[in-house]
Structure formats: C-alpha cells, structure tokens
Design a protein around this ligand. Structure first.
Ligand code: F6P
Length: 540
C-alpha cells in the first residue's frame, strides 16, 4: 500500500474510532492491557490508554512498511549517508556497538577508532577520579566544569542528574548559556586550583561555547598564571585543528566524527563528564543499555518493537487525530532534565517542513515536546491537561523501584500519583458522576447544578506509560536510545531528514551581523523599525 493510501485508510479509521471512547474500549475488552503493551527486558510500554484498536495497529504497520521503514533502518545501521543535506552517515549506534560487527563508513571500519577513544576517555576519567591526574597546584581535581551547549550539554547534564546514585567522582558543573550570569555563578563557587574545565563542542566554533571557554581560560590564567592553563583544560570535538589552535594539548583532546549528530552524541566523547562522574564501568553499562535497544529495534517484529510502536502512535496522534504537542512526564525526579533533552532530540530532528528531496511536506511533522517531572507538574499545568480545550497526549515514565529503599512511602505515593493521572485522563468524570458526588457530599440542589459543570473531566485523553525496574545506567541508556529510534521512525514516515538542523542557522547569522550594531561599531539604519527600536532601548 502506498503511503498516501495508508494515510487515507488511517483517516477513515480515525473517524470510526471517534465513535468510541477509551472508557468503552477498556470496558469491552478485559485483555486490553495485554494486547496493547509490549516489553523488552524489564522495560514495558503500555499504550493501551491510546485510542487505537487492532485494526488501527495493522494500518499503522502498513504505513510503516509503505514508508520503507525496514530498509531505511538497515541503511542507517549500515552507515549509508542518510543525512543527505550534509552528506553524512548517521552512526551514533556505532558508538555503543558492543558486538564484533564492523561498521563501515566509506569502506573504513570505524569500530577500532570508537574503541580507542572510549579507552582514552576511560584512562583520563580514571586518572581524574583517582587523583592521579593533578592540577597545576599538585592537588586532585575536586570539580569539573563542562562548557558546551545543545547536544554538547543537554545529554551530559540530563544523564549526570539521572545517575546521581552512581556519581562517585568529582563534582560536575555545566555552563551553556552565553549569558555571563551562567559562568559567573558557576565559577564563583569554585576554586580554580582544583577545577578541570572541559570544552565540549562538535564544531569548536559555537559562539556561546567559545565565549565561555575564553572566560574560563582567563579565570585560570588570572588566578593561577598562564602556565597553569594546560593542566586545567581538556576538550571534546570533531575539529581537532581548531582545538589545537585554542591551545589544548593533544593528549587531553577526545575526538568524535562527523557521522555523530550533536543531539545524538552523548554516547561519544561528549559523554566524558558523565564518565568522570560515574566511572567507566557504569558508563559502559549505559552504552550496553543503548545497544540492547539497537538490537531490539533491528530484530523485534513491528508489533513488539517499542520505538516503532511509540513512533506510530506519535504519527497517529500528530497527523491522523491532529494533536500538536506531547508532554513528557517523568515520575522520576532524576529525569527532571529529560524533557529538555528530548526537546532537542525531537524538535531539532523532526521540526522540518521539506522532505528529503526538498519538496514541501504535505502533513504535520514533529510536535511540540515539553514536560516536567511528576508530581510537581500536577500542581502546575495538569489542570490544562485534564480540563483544557487542547488535548495533549502524555507520556509517563516511572521506575518500579526507587533508589531510596528507606523511603518506600515516597515511592508508593509517586506510583499511585502516576497511575492516577493516566487513569484520570482516560476515564474523566461525566456530568452525572460529578452531580452524584456533589449530591452525596451534602450540597444543596442549587450548588450541585452550579458546581457540577466545573467538576466534569472530558476524559478520553490518551497517554503512554513506560515502566522500568530502576533508573540504572543501563536503564537510562535504553530509554534514550528508545527515544532516538522513535524520532528516526517518525522522520522516516514523514520523509524528512531528521539529522540536519538548518533551522538554527538564520538566527546565528543575524546575531553575528547584529553584534557590531550592539557594540555601537556599525549602523543599524538598514534594520527594520522593531529591531532598531529595541536596540535603541537596550543601548539607551
Ligand atoms: O545550534 C544548534 C547546534 O548546532 C546543535 O545541533 C548542537 O548540538 C549545538 O548547536 C552545539 O554545537 P557544537 O557541539 O558544535 O558546539
């Protein structure tokens, strides 16, 4: 079936499904959970609270086949240059390839290079962690500051917080924003004599990172002397020539390759700060988790394939039912930065409006992705999720076990709240139910009529739930890889290039042009009236 025809059939199916409710689907089928959930290892995806049936699933699988998903997946893993606008392979999967399988790029097996960098990272991390590698003062490093932005920041930040129970290395700090407040507030608390700075930038040209790196360099040089700089810096980049020009010794530079996209680079040397925090063995477990999902994604049949199922439900919601956003709601405080991480992964990958061949897309692509951890969000924006006029599919994440075994009451409450939210979104509360509850609690007839409409929940609002046993390095690696492949599958169905990011360029170019105007070194006369007016006020 051709792609267009598959979408037409799905549209017809959506019309049929609109005549039923999630409540009815559950009432009619006691096995709905078994039928509409899938697992790999201890990771379970429950998609029973989305409004689909077996027919819908079949049509979604036909859609995937019509988009040549299986061939596209093979092309990615085989190192074909599927990032066509940058003429690059897309091989973040090679970074966590634990098998003996060679991975060829232009006929060259990249696996020995990948292993060599991982070994060098492990040696460096161990030396920092053990205190064998000392600062210019002869003291071990107590603090590490990672300077990077976007993919050179969000992954390590998110994972360092997520894996706090495994953090037994030096303190980690992350500086990303060019706002001087970020680096000033970070460095203020630190002793330069025991601080190691990692400059992380794939291109080593990103203005925010270069500006922060220069400030950090001055901080070291001004306090410890110019000769101390070398001992306090390391770098991670694909642009080794540019790193050398910055003055960082080759022995402290960890490379990666142009076939690793920034937002897919946590598995590469960009993971160095995480490795310093949790150690090479735990980092290895993190890679193992991702590799387990790579195998699952390649081998599991479509109806058992977690990333495929999540993607197809994503497309169903976005293109067929017409929801424009999705909320990521980890009931796991240590995944507090996961929504921000997924925003880059998903929105920079699939926020596209032309297809691979440059022609405009004829349907919606990537949704708005946002979220906050539960239960905090419940006391903030869940009101809109339950009773607002916009339906936002929700994605709940929760561990069966917390790390705080002495705080079981907390985890019990966390689980109860997580389950309650997806149940409430699905069931809702009818006017009759609201009326009955108010009447039973002794309200007057008048009050019941007045209050009941406010207490109605439309329900029938879809959600996914991901359950894992405990947030270990392995479990985190698996979760991130799951989301990466979900983004890939959605991109394949939309026929877009999920691996470039031209949409970030125009703003960068204009900022470069505006800087001399901000500094008063160039005239803003040719700018539009708003830009001129704002500039005048800012500089006034
Ligand atoms: O501006 C977007 C972007 O190019 C991201 O794709 C990337 O992760 C980030 O900037 C940082 O880039 P770099 O690692 O080259 O400094």
């Amino acid at each position: 079936m051709a792609l267009e025809a598959a979408f037409v059939s799905l549209g017809e199916q959506a019309d049929k499904m609109s005549n039923t409710t999630l409540r009815e689907l559950f009432a009619d089928d006691p096995d709905r959970f078994e039928k509409f959930s899938a697992r790999t290892g201890d990771l379970l995806l429950d998609y029973s609270k989305t409004k689909i049936d077996l027919k819908t699933l079949d049509l979604l699988f036909e859609l995937a086949r019509a988009a040549d998903l299986e061939q596209r997946r093979s092309a990615m893993f085989a190192g074909e240059k599927i990032n066509t606008t940058e003429e690059r392979a897309v091989l973040h999967t090679a970074l966590r390839n634990r098998s003996d399988r060679p991975v060829l790029v232009d006929g060259h097996d990249v696996m020995p290079d990948v292993r060599a960098v991982l070994d060098a990272m492990a040696d460096f991390s161990e030396a920092v962690r053990s205190g064998e590698l000392v600062s210019s003062s002869g003291a071990p490093f107590t603090d590490v500051v990672n300077i990077g932005i976007g993919g050179s920041d969000l992954g390590p930040v998110m994972a360092t917080l997520a894996l706090a129970p495994y953090h037994d290395g030096p303190e980690l700090h992350y500086v990303s924003n060019v706002d001087g407040a970020h680096i000033a507030d970070t460095l203020e608390k630190l002793d330069p004599a025991t601080t190691l700075i990692i400059v992380a930038s794939k291109t080593f040209t990103t203005i925010e990172t270069m500006t922060n790196a220069a400030t950090a360099r001055r901080w070291i040089a001004d306090t410890l002397g110019e000769e101390a700089v070398g001992q306090h810096f390391a770098a991670v980049s694909t642009a080794l020539d540019k790193v050398a020009a910055f003055g960082i010794d080759r022995s402290r530079v960890f490379g990666f390759w142009d076939w690793v996209g920034g937002r897919y680079s946590i598995w590469s040397a960009i993971g160095l700060p995480l490795m310093i925090a949790i150690g090479p063995d735990a980092f290895n477990d993190f890679l193992e988790g991702a590799h387990a999902i790579d195998l699952h994604f390649q081998e599991a049949p479509l109806d058992q394939n977690l990333p495929v199922l999540m993607a197809l439900i994503g497309v169903w919601h976005r293109d067929v039912v017409g929801y424009s956003a999705r909320a990521v709601l980890p009931y796991d405080q240590r995944l507090a930065r996961l929504p921000a991480y997924l925003q880059q992964l998903d929105m920079e990958s699939n926020g596209k409006r032309v297809r691979l061949d440059g022609s405009p897309v004829d349907r919606e692509t990537g949704p708005l992705v946002w979220g906050e951890p539960g239960t905090n969000g419940q006391h903030a924006f869940y009101q809109l999720l339950h009773q607002g006029t916009t339906v936002i599919p929700c994605e709940f994440l929760i561990a069966a076990h917390g790390h705080e075994s002495d705080l079981q009451q907390h985890h019990d409450l966390l689980m109860a709240n997580c389950l309650a939210q997806s149940e409430a979104l699905m069931l809702g509360r009818t006017l009759e139910e609201a009326t009955a509850l108010l009447t039973a609690s002794g309200h007057s007839k008048e009050d019941v009529e007045r209050l009941a409409p406010h207490k109605v929940f439309p329900g029938d609002r879809p959600s996914l739930t991901l359950v894992y046993d405990r947030l270990t390095p392995f479990a985190l690696g698996r979760l991130i890889a799951l989301y990466e492949h979900r983004v890939f599958v959605e991109g394949v169905i939309w026929g877009i290039n999920s691996f470039d990011q031209w949409g970030v360029e125009l703003g960068k170019e204009l900022a470069t042009a505006l800087l001399p105007m901000v500094k008063g070194q160039a005239s803003a006369d040719k700018k539009d009236a708003s830009t001129r007016g704002l500039l005048a006020i800012l500089k006034g």
